[in-house]
Each structure stands twice: as C-alpha cells, then as structure tokens.
Design a protein around this ligand. Structure first.
Ligand SMILES: *[C@@H]1O[C@H](CO)[C@@H](O)[C@H](O)[C@H]1NC(C)=O
Ligand SMILES: *[C@@H]1O[C@H](CO)[C@@H](O)[C@H](O)[C@H]1NC(C)=O
Ligand SMILES: *[C@@H]1O[C@H](CO)[C@@H](O)[C@H](O)[C@H]1NC(C)=O
Length: 686
C-alpha cells in the first residue's frame, strides 16, 4: 500500500516536472469536486481517483478553468447518466460561472450551498431527479441562466430570485411540480428575456407585471392552472412568443394585442375561453402563428387580412364559431395552414380561395359544409395545396366525377365519413404525388381502380367501410412506397405546436387514448367492403407495410405463405372472409406482428406455433371449425373432429391503427394531420 502511494506520488511529481505548463487544480476547488464526486454513486470516467491527474482537474472532462486564476469556472456534464445527488460541497467551487449537469439522474434536494456560489452565471441541472423545494434565499448575484426544468421540484417559485440576481436573462422551471402563483418580485426581472414555467401547477392570474417586463421576449406558461389573464393598460410589451395553452383560462381573450407589436406566436389552445376573437387580434400585423383551438369561442372571425400580413398558421378548430367562412380570409397573403375543423360553420368555401397562393394545409372537417363539387372546384386552383381534409361534411352527396378537376400538388386527401355515394373518380389519376388517401366510411361503390397501384408515393390508403366490389387489383401490391421506399413529405407545415391525436383503442369509440404520433404507419385498409377473389401472393412483397387490413370482405382462396415477406407488418387482419386451406407456418417469421386475426374463415389444420403467432389468443383464430391446436381440440389425423373453444373474452381493437379514421370520427385534430404530416418531414430536414 505504502509502496503504491510512494510510486503514485513519484509519478505525480514526475508529471509536474515534465508538463509544468498545465494548470494545476486549485486545492479549494479540488475539495469541492471531491465533495461533488462523493455524492455520485459511480465515478466519472477520467476523473480522479480513476487516474493520477488529480492535480490537473482543469483537464478533466466537463471542467473549464479560468486561464489566469486557474479557478474552476464551468462544470458541464450534460447527459452523462450520473446518478446520485449534489452535495453541499459544490459551494467550494465559488468561482463557478456555469454549472451544467442536465440530463443525468441526480436526485435528492438541491444543496443549499449551491445558491451561494457567488460567481455562478449559468446553471443547467435540467432533466434530473432533484426533488423537494428550492431554498427561499438564492444568493447568486452573477446568475444569468438558470435551467432546472424537468426535475421533481415542488413548492413555490423562489420569491427573491430577481431581487438578488438582477442580471437573469433565462429562467426555466418547466416540467416540475411547482405550485402557487407567480410571485410579484418576478416583476423585478428587468433583464429577463425568456421565462418558462410550462407544465407545473401554477395557478391564479397571469399577472400584468410579467407581461410588462421590458426585456421579455418568450413567455411559456402552458400546461398549468392559470385561470385568468390580466390586461396591461397602456404599456407596451416586447413579447414575441406567448403560450398560455392548456390552462383553465375562462371568459374573453383580452383585447390587448395592440400592446404587443412584436408578438408573432400566440397559443391559447385548450382553455375555456369564450366570447369572440378580440378586434386587436383580428388585425395584428405581427402575428404569424395563432392557435385558439379547443375553446368555446363564438361568432364569426373577420380577420383583417390587409393588416395580418404575417399570418401563416391559423388554428381555430374545435370551437363554436358559426356562420360561413369569411371570404376575405383567403386574402391573408402568407396564410399557409388553416384549421377550421369542428365548428358550426356552414355554407360553402368562398370562391375567393381560388386566389390563395400560399394555402398549403386546409382542414374543414366536422362542420356543416355543403357542396363537395364546388369545394373541390374552388380549391383545385390553390397551387400549393398539399393537404386537404374534408371529413364529416357534405353528407350523402356524390363524389364528383368531373374529369377536369386537378390537384397537382396534393399529397394528402381525406374525405372520410361523409356517407358519399358514387365511385372513385378518374380525376384522381392526376394526383400522382399522393401519399395519403382516405375515403373510408362512405358509401362508395364500384371497383378499386388499378391506377392507384402506380402512385409511387402512396403509403397510406384507407378505403374501408364502403361498398367496393370486385377483386383487389393486383397493381395495389405494387405500391412502391409500401415495397421499398421511405416516403416523406418535403414540405413542413407551420407550427400548430401541439400534435396530439386521439386514438381509438377499443374500436368502438368508448375509450380514447391520448397519443403523440410522429409518423403514420404505412397502411393498406380495404376492410368492410364487398371484395371478392384471392389475396395475391404478391402482397408478400410489401416489405414496408405496417398494417394490412382486409377483414369483413368476401375474399376466398388460401392465405399465401409469401405473406411472410411483409417483414414490417404489425397488424394483419384477414378475419371474416371465406379463406380456406391452412395457416402457413411461414407466418411465424413476422417478428413485428402485434395484431393478427384469421377468425371466421374456413381454415383448417394446425395453428403454427412459434414467433409472434404464439402470443395471440383464441379470438384470433375462432370461427374456423377446421382449426386445431392450442386453443381448440387436440390435432389428430382426422382434423374434422368437433371442437369446443375455450370461452374467453373476445378481443377487439381491430381499429387500433386507424388513426385517420379517428381524426374523422372524433372530428378533432384533422388539422393535426397537417402537423403529423409535417412531423414526418421536420425531423428529417433538421
Ligand atoms: C498537460 O497538457 C498536455 C497538453 O498541453 C496534455 O497532453 C497532457 O495530458 C496534460 N497533462 C496532464 C497530466 O493532464
Ligand atoms: C381540450 O381542452 C380541454 C380543457 O379545456 C382539455 O382537457 C382537453 O384535453 C383538450 N383536448 C384536446 C384534444 O386537446
Ligand atoms: C363498418 O363496417 C363494419 C363491418 O361491415 C360494420 O360492422 C360497421 O358497423 C361499419 N361501421 C360503420 C360506421 O358503418
């Protein structure tokens, strides 16, 4: 032991001699680091005592020293998966300017002494497990950035913060359990530019002293329990970004937007706001993204497009707006995304929309619009229209067959749940860019046209719950995007900032699940029609397909063993058809299969076991008198013997993946399809 120590000291000495230019660690700082490390459950790679360079702690990963004083000024260890707690001895690091320990697993209370490191300028401890309350006194006079978001902190927001730390620019308390109100001393934060308390339990009024802070540009108050928003008199605000969504705000939106000449983003979605949109908002020259979705707003909305020169994204979905769409809405020069879904709007889309040069995403679903022919005629002239969602309108009208219709840029077309009659029109042939087509839940008849198979980008095709007849055209199995290509929409939508979608888990609309969906799955849904003929072996080529639903048709023949080629399939539903033969053993190779049914056919023989197939219950196979195996009678030479299925609750949820149908049925979020689709793109652009 002693020998080792001697050798160690010798090495240290030797190093000192060899590289005398290296900064040596201040002994006071070393004590602080030692204390810091003591709080951790496992050491940090490259830190003492793992090697002998303790005297050179300035070279350790995550540490920055001041080159003249040699004191530690920054401690930055984000995302190192540190576990433990911060010990009080960090206070020895009293020259710290930056402390960044974000995204580790540090837990426990924040050490009191941390708040006495008088030189700290930036603290980032976000994404850890710190709990309990913040100290009442925070004495960090040099502090400019404090990010303690995404921890388990509770109690009140620190009252004295800006009193002692007058230079704070950035404050984030987001995603914790803070309660109480915004403390009035926050009104002293005169250098504050960015404040987030999002996703806490802060209540009371959104105070005027906050809205009036002279330097504040970004204020994120979403997902709290605020009940009202104060006016700000004649003062002027520099706010650029104001998010008060997902609170409990009620009554009218204050008519104060003339005091916010720079406000470009305003979201108040999902509150209980009522009344009309205030005049100052209807004519805001700065606003670019406005989201008032999911409130109880009424009246018409007469946007002054001559003034709204920056408006690009407008989400008014799920309110009680009534009347017709004002004709001049189309003249907002930059309007790209418009969601009016789920309101009490009636009439037709104004012809003025013909001239809308920028309109790219439009949802009008779940209103009471009529005249699908005139709607399509008008909108076909929007040169940039990419996503069009018209679900739940035009009830019992006929899908127009007008050959002159053309939508050159259209990538997503959704006209579902309208009880439309007619057949798939030939003008659809011109929509060669189409990536997503949903005509589900209508009364369409005729055959499924073979030309759909040549849409190279189509990855989501839902024609379910109609009365299509004839065979499934074999060309459908040649859809390129379901075979090989990963499709993306190149165009990003402007931000409808929340992209939450309800998914119907039971298939019956009884339970709804809240979901954030980054991508729609490649899907082919032809269920609940009158289709006959075989399941083509070529379906096995559709390697990219995630959902194949052919249930409730009159398909016959055998299940091709080539279906095992659908390597990414998650849902395969062939139930309620007239299929014969056996279940091909090759299906055990479908590794991602999580929903599977061949129930109610005329299949016989042994249920193959292994792989995912062994995970399904009897309901996936029932209604096939000739099947034998686990759930049924033991397999014998003669497999015709009668069988008594175990009584088990029938599983439902065939509809789990029918996201679009949900958009349709629930009428929410059709606008969010827009965002969903944009999300397919956005991460790839970055
Ligand atoms: C001293 O600095 C040199 C570079 O200047 C570096 O290669 C060496 O590893 C440092 N020594 C110690 C003990 O950290
Ligand atoms: C709509 O707003 C209410 C609160 O008013 C909220 O509870 C609900 O989750 C919101 N719905 C959606 C789809 O955002
Ligand atoms: C869809 O089709 C299925 C099967 O034919 C039927 O049970 C269901 O009621 C249909 N749904 C609607 C909304 O028409």
């Amino acid at each position: 032991m002693v020998v080792v120590l001697v050798i160690f000291l010798f090495l240290v000495q030797a190093q000192l001699l060899v590289i005398s230019k290296n900064l040596t660690c201040n002994s006071h700082d070393l004590t602080g680091l030692a204390g810091f490390m003591e709080g951790l459950e496992s050491p940090i790679d490259g830190w003492w005592p793992a090697n002998s360079s303790s005297l050179y702690c300035c070279n350790w990963v995550g540490i920055t020293c001041n080159s003249s004083s040699g004191r530690i000024v920054k401690l930055q260890l984000p995302s190192k998966r540190l576990v433990g707690h911060l010990s009080d001895s960090v206070s020895f690091l009293d020259q710290l300017t930056t402390l960044d320990l974000s995204h580790n697993f540090l837990s426990g209370p924040l050490p009191i002494s941390l708040f006495h490191l008088t030189h700290l300028e930036a603290v980032d401890l976000s994404g850890n497990g710190f709990n309990r309350v913040l100290p009442v006194i925070i004495n960090l006079p040099a502090l400019q950035v404090l990010n303690i978001s995404d921890n388990n902190l509770r109690g009140f927001l620190p009252v004295g913060l800006c009193v002692n730390s007058t230079r704070i620019r950035v404050l984030s308390f987001a995603v914790n359990y803070f309660t109480g109100t915004i403390p009035p001393p926050f009104g002293h934060c005169s250098f504050l530019e960015h404040l987030s308390v999002a996703s806490n339990f802060i209540s009371g009024i959104i105070p005027d002293f906050l809205l009036r802070l002279p330097g504040l540009k970004e204020l994120s108050l979403e997902d709290n329990e605020f009940t009202s928003i104060s006016g700000i008199g004649d003062s002027f605000s520099r706010l650029v970004h104001l998010d008060v969504s997902f609170n409990r705000l009620s009554r009218n939106i204050p008519d104060f937007f003339h005091n916010f000449p720079n406000l470009s983003y305003f979201s108040a979605q999902s509150n209980n706001l009522s009344g009309v949109i205030p005049p100052s908002l209807l004519s805001s020259g700065s606003i670019s993204s406005l989201n008032l979705r999911n409130n109880s707003l009424v009246g018409s909305f007469d946007f002054k497009c001559s003034k709204l020169v920056n408006l690009s994204s407008l989400d008014l979905g799920s309110n009680n707006f009534s009347g017709t769409i004002p004709a001049n809405l189309a003249s907002c020069p930059k309007l790209q995304a418009l969601n009016l879904a789920k309101n009490k709007l009636t009439g037709q889309i104004p012809e003025s929309f013909k001239n809308s040069e920028s309109l790219s995403f439009l949802s009008l679903s779940n209103c009471s619009f009529n005249s699908l022919p005139s709607t399509l005629k008008t909108l076909q002239y929007c040169p940039k229209l990419t996503v069009l969602i018209l679900t739940m309108n035009f009830f019992t009208e006929q899908l127009p067959a007008d050959d002159h219709l053309q939508f050159k840029a259209l990538k997503a077309l959704v006209i579902a749940n309208c009880r439309l009659t007619g057949s798939i029109p030939s003008w659809l042939k011109g929509l060669t860019q189409l990536q997503l087509l949903d005509f589900s839940f209508n009364h369409l008849t005729g055959t499924i046209p073979a030309f759909l198979g040549s849409f190279n980008s189509l990855f989501y095709l839902d024609l379910s719950n109609n009365s299509f007849s004839g065979e499934i055209p074999m060309n459908i199995t040649q859809l390129q995007s379901m075979i090989s290509r990963d499709v993306l929409l190149e165009e990003a939508s402007p931000d409808f900032s929340f992209f939450k979608i309800y998914r119907n888990m039971s298939g019956r609309g009884a339970t709804l699940q809240y979901n954030q969906i980054m991508r729609l799955p490649p899907l082919l849904d032809l269920s609940s029609n009158l289709l006959i003929g075989p399941i083509w072996p070529e379906f096995g080529n559709m390697k990219k397909l995630h959902v194949l639903d052919l249930k409730h048709n009159r398909l016959s023949g055998t299940i091709p063993s080539s279906l095992s080629g659908m390597r990414n399939i998650e849902t395969l539903d062939l139930s309620y058809n007239d299929l014969t033969g056996t279940i091909p053993p090759s299906l055990v190779k479908l590794n991602f299969l999580s929903k599977f049914s061949v129930a109610y056919n005329n299949l016989k023989g042994i249920i193959p076991s292994g792989g995912q197939l062994s995970t399904f219950s009897h309901s996936s196979f029932e209604g096939n008198p000739g099947l034998c195996g686990d759930f049924f009678v033991k397999c014998q030479e003669d497999q015709d013997s009668s069988q008594t299925p175990e009584s088990e609750d029938e599983e439902d949820g065939d509809d789990e993946f029918f996201i679009l149908r949900l958009l349709v049925l629930i009428g929410f979020g059709s606008g969010f399809l827009v965002t969903v689709i944009s999300l397919i793109v956005v991460p790839r652009i970055r």
